[in-house]
Design a protein around this ligand. Structure first.
Ligand SMILES: Nc1ncnc2c1ncn2[C@@H]1O[C@H](COP(=O)(O)OP(=O)(O)OP(=O)(O)O)[C@@H](O)[C@H]1O
Ligand code: SF4
Ligand SMILES: [Mg+2]
Length: 328
């Protein structure tokens, strides 16, 4: 891990969505600190609805946090149209569904050139498009210029989307489930591409996924999110081989290659409009239900005291009273 100052830094970020018909607001992101350094790949993992996409959008300035702040390269984001447009050159979003993010009536060339045109690029557009396609592994690039999305495979479409993000030479990619819709074989190729881009271009990336295997293959660091908070973070080997938070353990236990019995979480599915008091995982926590937290003397804290916000610096941390009691 480097000690340089982070490229992107989020502190205390909160995003909520108003409830309908007087229902309480959904606290989709409920206090998150997260740093991403240049050239670092961070995987953000957690089950559906835990707030991954909302956090990713907040990091890109696509949604303004209700509290907290996001800074890029040491400067807090500004939310005027002009400031966001300038930010977009440096931090790009890659979406999960390549067919959804490509216009079927635009050629590959136009799809990739779009960003250059929006930003009034003054250089050689054709060379920039060819360079981006080539870096995304579509070679020779000229062969793809006049193709339409329907003429491409799923993997090639995802590469076009990545080329469209690369053409502006960003420093950070935020990839939301970048391979979820792809076949296993193509998935490996796209992951290899993301890793190569990090090595060749020094690109930092936040990869949002609910696939822990993907996190293992690609990331330096992992942040595990549960109900709007990061509950465990650290180097990928550490978190995935020696998880400390009961939620991380449960997520890992259901992987096909996991040793031992899978831990099936019981209790209500998490609802960001009704975040439990104390530890937000307490109603579903197998360590609390099984009496281990009680034996460690922390059961009261589990039910009554919020374990707090992890500091985002990238050092190994866990938001769990039981883990802090020295049990793991
Ligand atoms: N525009 C919105 N309006 C109201 N609620 C929303 C909106 N977007 C997200 N939410 C709610 O916020 C919570 C977090 O959603 P989010 O899409 O960030 O989760 P996620 O972790 O990306 O899930 P998935 O893995 O399914 O993509 C969910 O409860 C969701 O219903
Ligand atoms: S703080 Fe308690 S309830 Fe929360 S995860 Fe840890 S052991 Fe479980
Ligand atoms: Mg999502």
């Amino acid at each position: 891990m480097t000690t340089s100052s982070p490229l992107l830094s989020a502190r205390g970020v909160r995003v909520s969505f108003p409830g309908r018909h007087g229902a309480p607001a959904a606290r989709a992101v409920d206090g998150v600190d997260l740093d991403i350094r240049s050239g670092e790949i961070v995987a953000l993992v957690g089950e559906s609805g835990c707030g991954k996409t909302t956090l990713a959008r907040a990091l890109l300035g696509l949604v303004e946090p209700a509290a907290g702040r996001v800074a890029f390269d040491g400067r807090p984001l500004e939310y005027s149209g002009r400031a966001l447009k300038a930010y977009r050159r440096r931090a790009q979003l890659v979406l999960q569904d390549p067919s959804g993010s490509l216009n079927p009536r635009h050629t590959v060339y136009d799809a990739v050139a779009e960003g250059l045109r929006i930003h009034g690029y003054g250089g050689d557009e054709r060379a920039a498009v060819a360079g981006a396609l080539s870096r995304a592994g579509l070679r020779p690039p000229e062969r793809f210029f006049l193709r339409y999305p329907h003429e491409l495979s799923g993997g090639q479409r995802q590469r076009v989307v990545i080329a469209g993000a690369l053409v502006l030479e960003p420093e950070l990619l935020v990839a939301d489930e970048p391979v979820a819709s792809l076949d296993a074989s193509v998935r490996g190729e796209i992951l290899a591409l993301l890793l190569r881009l990090r090595t060749e271009l020094g690109l930092a990336a936040l990869v949002v996924t609910h696939d822990l295997g993907l996190a293992w293959n690609i990331a330096d660091r992992v942040a595990v999110m549960y109900l709007g908070r990061i509950v465990e973070t650290g180097a990928v080997e550490q978190v995935l081989t020696a998880p400390r938070h009961p939620y991380t353990r449960a997520l890992l236990s259901v992987l096909p290659e996991a040793p031992g019995e899978p831990v099936i979480l019981t209790g209500e599915p998490p609802d960001p409009a009704r975040v439990p008091s104390g530890c937000r995982f307490h109603a579903r926590c197998p360590v609390l239900a099984g009496g281990e937290a009680d034996r460690a003397g922390v059961a009261g804290a589990c039910r009554g005291r919020d374990p707090g916000i992890l500091d985002g610096s990238g050092t190994a941390q866990v938001a769990c009273h039981w883990a802090h009691a020295g049990t793991v």
